[in-house]
Design a binder for this molecule. Structure first.
Ligand code: WT7
Length: 658
């Protein structure tokens, strides 16, 4: 991307915060000024949200950039902050987790229950020889034991490495090996799409390849048959029989908390390392600020899996450090029916819902009549994370889920940033559909050109972070050089320019005339058409703004005349006729619609109507595979596809027009 991005879309709708929410908001406008005047003082104040066994002597040690240390000299125990202190404050009977199994079984876990379980698990891990600094792999379905296992590791100063339960033997064994995990915590299986889905056989195969694993702790969830080896121990025969009290030890603020692998565009996955004091400070503060959390009345629900960073920060560490009550759901959104999410919102009177654009677009495709059947009046605030949210998906979410009452916070962050970085504050920000708006107080995000110079309002370029932040990754596990190369060598001191260290996020962004930020996807997702840089996100949003379209994915395909040409894969909404001529007409209509919305330069060369899109397990569209189709190549590696049948579906069900 040598030039700036074209600034194509021109969204003008604006939504101020509802007055009652603004009047009672946890964080108000002066927070921005306070943080701008004294960034480190601001974060030091936020760290006071936690309970420290020893105070820190320095807020930030940046003497060896890009290796940061936050709250140096301070000591704390993360699990104590997430569990014990709430019980000590008299909230032991408060519900921490309303758990809903996919088949409809439920568990209610109070903070006292959580304290007992975490203490027992900590005692068991200690008996199994796990000590501070060791690694424990966690490969579990969405059951409360996942949170318990993570907190038990934190309690004894061990690192967890949670591996998403949908990953294969290869993915699991490479992660266990890279982290040299001593213990694996898993389950017989979990419920997915109405059936028990086994986990233990995958672990058995993975552990056979990882001789360093000493014990495998197995939760019984589904009751399905499992093969039993000499390393295996049942959770209910160990943890649930262990002593119920455990004294938490205070660890250094930079004690590692977890490794979480994120797949790079190339090469082996990166083990992102997070530590304790700064991470918990930012997870805790952002939960309080962005979700305006009111401990007496809110019921929070984050629909992510604990296998992703969203689950780490906004199911486990953010909500629990704030003493929140939350919902945790095991299964898929359409089991046993497509209204399952809304049924859960109603059942638990959820007040704050945090979900992903891919789910919102799926719900759009299923139709407005589904959420309309449910009582969603408990909701007061909605969040989005994971991808740019198309303005029309944002509007759909606002109207059909928020019933035009609830503000939406579109939160930009990454596994690497550990916590939310760019987001509206729900009581302060006048939001625009599709924009993550502005950096949070204490965060310095910027949009820059090739020379790391800030672009003016109205310009586009690369998203960077100019100052260290408390929950930043500390390194890539076992590979400091890759950490430097990947994030710090594109701009600033790391690239040999100036003495400022600039973090390169890998995303394209633009800053509009009001200074609001629009995330445009990974920079690899920018197309170069006849010399114009056009973002896939903007063309997708233009397509989704057409009433017949539920979802769209856009790629640049090599073109002899224009360099790259825009090829769009589009899923029509459920009720749209795509047979024969109607399909051809729709395609022409869509091409013209994009040209009208964004300008003729963005008119797709080709639009294909497809029944599904290829997605990774975390819901991101795999544009690489679509480029293969668009350029009529045989498909590359499909192993990280959520559902490998979709590529067949796309090739067979494709209706294409030029
Ligand atoms: C990438 C990070 C953060 C938890 C989930 C994803 C994209 C994330 C947004 C947003 C536009 C977003 C970016 C980012 N992304 N949130 N609100 N608007 N893009 O974590 O798997 O580490 O992915 O997700 O491209 O770099 P991740």
């Amino acid at each position: 991307m040598s030039e700036t991005l074209e600034n194509l879309s021109s969204e003008t709708r604006k939504f101020p915060p509802p007055a009652p929410l603004a009047a009672a908001a946890n964080v108000t406008a002066p927070a921005y000024d306070q943080a701008a005047a004294d960034r480190l003082g601001f974060w030091a104040e936020q760290a006071q949200r936690l309970s420290w066994a020893e105070p820190w002597t320095q807020v930030l040690d940046w003497s060896n950039p890009p290796f940061a240390k936050w709250f140096t000299g301070g000591k704390l125990n993360v699990a104590y902050n997430c569990v014990d202190r709430h019980v000590e404050a008299g909230h032991g009977d408060k519900v921490a987790i309303h758990w809903e199994g996919e088949p409809g079984d439920t568990r209610t876990i109070t903070y006292s229950d959580l304290l007992t379980s975490v203490s027992q698990a900590a005692n068991t891990l200690t008996e199994l020889g796990v000590s501070a600094g060791d690694r424990v792999a966690i490969y579990l379905p969405m059951i409360p034991e996942a949170a318990v296992a993570m907190l038990a590791c934190a309690r004894i100063g061990a690192m967890h490495s949670v591996v998403f339960g949908g990953f294969s033997v290869d993915a699991l064994s490479t992660r266990i090996t890279d982290a040299s995990a001593k213990v694996v915590i898993t389950a017989d299986g979990g419920y997915r799409r109405g059936k028990p889905s086994a986990l233990k056989p995958t672990v058995d195969e993975a552990v056979a390849r990882c001789p360093g694993v000493e014990h495998v702790l197995v939760v019984r969830r589904t009751g399905q048959e499992v093969a039993w080896g000499e390393k295996d121990l049942w959770w209910h025969e160990t943890v649930e029989r262990a002593a119920t009290t455990h004294k938490p030890e205070a660890f250094d603020a930079e004690q590692p908390l977890y490794i979480l692998y994120t797949s790079g565009t190339t090469g082996k996955p990166k083990g992102i390392l997070h530590t304790t004091g700064g991470y918990l400070t930012q997870a805790s503060y952002t939960f309080h600020a962005v979700f305006d959390h009111k401990p007496e009345s809110d019921v929070f629900w984050c629909t992510a899996d604990v296998g992703w960073v969203t689950g780490h920060s906004y199911i486990v560490y953010g909500p629990l450090s704030n003493g929140a009550t939350q919902v945790m759901y095991e299964g898929t959104p359409d089991t046993p029916h497509k209204g399952r999410f809304w049924e859960i919102v109603d059942k638990y009177r959820v007040t704050v819902l945090y979900t992903a654009p891919t789910l919102i677009r799926t719900m759009m495709k299923w139709g407005d009549d589904i959420p309309a059947k449910y009582d969603l009046s408990s909701l007061r605030l909605l969040g989005s994370v994971g991808e740019p949210i198309n303005p029309e998906a944002w509007m759909w979410y606002r109207a059909n889920v928020g019933r035009d009452r609830c503000p939406i916070v579109d939160t930009w962050w990454q596994t690497e940033t550990g916590g939310i970085m760019i987001s509206p504050l729900p009581g302060v920000t006048e939001t625009k559909p599709g924009s993550a708006m502005t950096p949070l107080p204490g965060i310095s995000a910027d949009v820059v050109d090739d020379t790391a110079t800030s672009v003016p309002n109205g310009g586009g370029g690369f998203l960077v972070l100019r100052e260290p932040w408390p929950s930043m990754l500390r390194t890539i596990w076992g590979d400091d050089q890759r950490f430097i190369d990947t994030y710090w060598s594109r701009f600033g001191a790391g690239a040999g320019h100036g003495d400022e260290w600039v973090y390169f996020a890998g995303d394209g962004a633009k800053r509009d005339e009001d200074g609001a930020l629009w995330l445009l996807g990974r920079v690899d997702d920018v197309m170069l058409v006849s010399g114009h840089n056009i973002s896939t996100t903007e063309v997708e949003s233009a397509l989704v703004s057409h009433p017949s379209v539920a979802e769209a994915a856009v790629v640049g395909a090599t073109d002899p005349t224009t360099g790259q040409a825009i090829v769009a894969f589009t899923i029509p909404r459920g009720n749209v006729d795509t047979e024969g001529e109607a399909g051809e007409r729709l395609i022409q209509d869509l091409r013209n619609h994009v040209a009208r919305t964004l300008g003729p330069i963005a008119k797709p060369r080709q639009i294909m109507l497809v029944p599904e899109l290829p997605k990774t397990r975390s819901g991101k569209i795999m544009r690489r595979l679509l480029r293969d189709v668009a350029e009529r190549r045989s498909l590359g590696d499909v192993t990280t596809l959520q559902d490998s049948a979709v590529m067949d579906l796309i090739s067979s069900g494709m209706k294409s027009g030029k």
